[in-house]
Design a protein around this ligand. Structure first.
Ligand code: IPE
Ligand code: IPE
Ligand code: MG
Length: 245
């Protein structure tokens, strides 16, 4: 039986991925970092299709962090250009595959062209529901939490909510991810074992999976391996093992 056939039950509902290692991939081949990012976009397409085939309903990809604005301007420009190019190229695939595009992060910080392309693809895919593909762009979890606190403080000041009614559910409803369930599995490629300001609230009970594979080299088989590993874990959510069985 192939790995894929062993995976038919207990598929995570929400998979999130920190797509890391494009730069090192390029460097190892003596190429410019831009070519690593370009190659990384091909991995994105393969992974989106594989998730759809597996029945994963929510896929969230960390594409550009608030901290990534500190990279050299040339690299930031390349990433934004690649974003627009990939969105244009993938629109028909999204429509064919029932993939709804969603974005989290401060999209007002993105160049006009990138923002317009995102809004246009989001509009054209808004009624699709096989997979919700969320791109985290100019995203930082701390910034997301600051926004949430500011919105809630404003509501409290205007007597729209009373402070003791601010529950976990209310906070969740004010995050960028309000319509998305918590993350079940978080994968990070490239061997780094850190979160780098991604979805801090939403990963409270996620299973974490780190692989040394660099993002441009990440293949369907690497995804299947991560899922198999996830399926072997016991998610206890604070309970004892006996309580679960
Ligand atoms: C991930 O690859 C892409 C982004 C962060 C935009 P990197 O560009 O971080 O690649 P490394 O970590 O330098 O290898
Ligand atoms: C995290 O990767 C952000 C994305 C994958 C978009 P980085 O490469 O920016 O993270 P650090 O700086 O190594 O923590
Ligand atoms: Mg990196």
């Amino acid at each position: 039986m192939s790995i894929k056939e062993q995976l038919n039950t207990n598929i995570p509902k929400h998979l999130a991925i920190i797509m890391d290692g494009n730069g090192r991939w390029a460097k190892s081949k003596g190429l410019l970092r831009a070519l690593g990012h370009e190659s990384g976009t091909k991995t994105v397409n393969r992974v989106v299709d594989a998730c759809r085939d597996l029945g994963i309903e929510y896929l969230t990809l960390y594409a550009f962090s608030t901290e990534n604005w500190n990279r050299p301007k040339l690299e930031v420009d390349t990433l934004m250009r690649l974003l627009v190019k990939s969105l244009k190229r993938e629109l028909s695939n999204f429509i064919k595959g029932g993939i709804r595009l969603n974005v989290i992060g401060n999209i007002d910080a993105l160049p006009k062209k990138a923002k317009e392309e995102l809004l246009s693809v989001m509009e054209k895919t808004k009624d699709l529901d096989t997979v919700v593909l969320t791109l985290a762009l100019s995203y930082g979890a701390r910034e997301e939490l600051v926004n949430t606190v500011q919105e809630l403080a404003e509501k409290a000041k205007n007597n729209l909510i009373s402070p003791h009614l601010i529950t976990e559910d209310v906070i969740k409803e004010h995050l960028y991810t309000k319509n998305i369930p918590d993350v079940d599995l978080l994968i990070r490629t490239s061997g780094e074992q850190r979160i780098s300001n991604f979805l801090l609230w939403q990963i409270a009970y996620a299973e974490l999976y780190f692989t040394p594979v660099l993002w441009p080299d990440f293949k369907e088989e690497d995804l299947y391996e991560a899922l198999l590993n996830y399926q072997q874990r016991e998610r206890r959510f604070g309970k004892t093992s006996e309580q679960l069985s």
